[in-house]
Ligand binder design. Structure first.
Ligand SMILES: Nc1ncnc2c1ncn2[C@@H]1O[C@H](COP(=O)(O)OP(=O)(O)O)[C@@H](O)[C@H]1O
Ligand SMILES: [Mg+2]
Length: 488
């Protein structure tokens, strides 16, 4: 091959004319213009690493003139002579050629990632290196890597559940929060289709198709979804789905809003309670006076009837007593004028309540099992109001066990400084759809019930800044959990 290296500086370039005919001259010409015109930087150097010649592209790349380039050994521009550099060098001398990428510092200080290929002794004693600037590609790859890492971090650390799925709706990945919400491991979820995952939900296939259609058409869909767990608990999720978030994968984000919805329902309940409370106070006072008159005159009538129609009088007086009971419960609903909160022992309140009801319990063949933690802290409370709550709950418990059974009462302090009181019966339980109705005014399933006991109880506990939770299983029994804050 012919050389097209010019004779420059002190360096004497040997030009070997290996081909001396016309084609040779043509070839030399061709190579020369290739060298000059090439967009890639081309540098020839010798065994002292001195630059012999470089094209314009090389000068542009290294940000200096040819003269300056020739002043320095070619590896001066390698930014870090690290392990990668040394192993590349070794490989080069072993194989005679190499193709690699390194970080270079240009003459003006600028850093560039250069891809290069070097061939030793390409022309006589000269070596050739061709450089290409890959900084942009390098940075883009780096950015991509970074954004992928960022996505990973968000995916792993998010409090929302996340599912990544492909165009066949097959799940590719689930994050830790997702595993928790779905109560399944990654291993159980990955590989399933979205449809298989939603199989035991209330979603019909048409509904799911509708959601998928939205995703396909608009690229996203949001909504709520109700799933039933194997244990029969109903869970509500909010979800948002976006298509093609990363390389043909779609992302579904979801969170469990069961508790939020329950809280909203409770809030709604307490709203109703306060309106009813105000109304009740007025009405109850109005009814009280005529009631007293009625009671008095019925008594007089009975006395003067000389024992006639005893059944009538009995019915009248039981019904009047019932009205009385309703009015009394109504009055508690109204905010008591001078409610007196005092420091009191919850153990004492409960013991007194249980004593009060023990006669009725014996009558119904019901036994109490009591588990109170020692050293329960005292509460700032209205003891009689709390007693009223416990009486309501225990009475309800007795009333749902017609053939008797156990009522278990436990009281413990929670780690978040509340007192947890639970009252458990072995009665017939409450079906899930009826649970919502508890505490609603006049909701009763008993022939002689008022449907006010629980409503009053909710009201009182609310005034104590506490909460009530009900757990029930049909045929097994019901537990009322009351949580009261120790400090208010
Ligand atoms: N422990 C319980 N087990 C089953 N059902 C209950 C229990 N406690 C309350 N309930 C249901 O809630 C309804 C309302 O209770 P409550 O407000 O005390 O009114 P009442 O006892 O007058 O019916 C009851 O009629 C019953 O259907
Ligand atoms: Mg009751």
């Amino acid at each position: 091959m012919n050389t097209f290296i010019s004779n420059v500086g002190k360096e004497k370039v040997r030009i070997e004319h290996m081909v001396k005919n016309d084609t040779g001259i043509q070839m030399e010409h061709l190579f020369k213009s290739f060298f000059v015109e090439s967009l890639d930087a081309i540098i020839f150097w010798n065994e002292n690493k001195t630059v012999i010649d470089a094209n314009d592209a090389a000068c542009r790349l290294f940000e200096c003139s040819l003269d300056i380039l020739k002043r320095y050994p070619i590896d001066t521009f390698v930014y870090e002579k690290d392990e990668k550099y040394h192993s590349a060098k070794q490989e080069l001398y072993k194989k005679g050629s190499i193709r690699d990428e390194l970080l270079f510092q240009m003459y003006n200080g600028q850093m560039k990632y250069l891809e290069f290929s070097t061939k030793l002794y390409i022309v006589g004693d000269y070596h050739m290196t061709i450089f290409r600037n890959v900084t942009e590609r390098y940075q883009m790859e780096k950015k991509l890597r970074e954004s992928e890492q960022k996505f990973r971090r968000i995916f792993q650390g998010s409090l929302d559940g996340m599912l990544l799925w492909d165009e066949n709706q097959r799940i590719i990945d689930v994050n830790p929060a997702g595993e928790k919400y779905l109560k399944a491991t990654k291993y159980q979820v990955v590989g399933k289709t979205m449809r298989e995952l939603l199989l035991n939900s209330h979603f019909s296939d048409e509904e799911l198709n509708e959601v998928m259609k939205n995703v396909m058409m608009e690229g996203h869909a949001t909504g709520t979804l109700t799933l039933k767990t194997r244990s029969g608990k109903t869970l509500h999720y909010e979800y948002s789905t976006k298509q093609n978030v990363v390389s043909h994968l779609s992302l579904t984000t979801f969170r469990d809003v069961t508790e939020k919805l329950e809280m909203e329902a409770n809030l709604h309940k307490s709203d109703t309670l306060s309106v009813i409370g105000q109304l009740a106070a007025g009405v109850a006072h109005e009814i009280r006076n005529p009631m007293t008159a009625l009671k008095g005159f019925i008594q007089l009538l009975e006395d003067s009837s000389e024992g006639k129609h005893p059944m009538y009088f009995e019915v009248i007086s039981t019904e009047l007593n019932r009205i009385d009971a309703i009015i009394n419960e109504f009055l508690i609903l109204a905010k008591p004028q001078a409610i007196k909160f005092v420091e009191h022992s919850i153990t004492q309140i409960m013991s007194e309540t249980v004593n009060l009801l023990s006669a009725q319990a014996v009558l119904y063949n019901v036994q109490f099992l009591l588990h109170y933690d020692d050293d329960l802290p005292t509460l700032i409370c209205e003891p009689n109001q709390l007693k009223k709550v416990f009486i309501n709950m225990i009475k309800n418990g007795i009333e749902v066990m017609p053939t008797g059974g156990f009522i278990t009462i436990t009281m413990k302090q929670t780690t978040d400084n509340r007192i947890h009181i639970s009252i458990r019966d072995e009665g017939y339980g409450i079906p899930e759809e009826k649970l919502k109705k508890l505490g609603q005014p006049f909701y009763t399933t008993k022939e002689r019930g008022t449907g006010l006991g629980l409503m009053v109880s909710y009201r009182i506990i609310e005034e104590h800044e506490g909460t009530i939770k009900v757990e029930s299983e049909v045929g097994k029994g019901t537990v009322f959990h009351v949580y009261l804050p120790v400090e208010k």
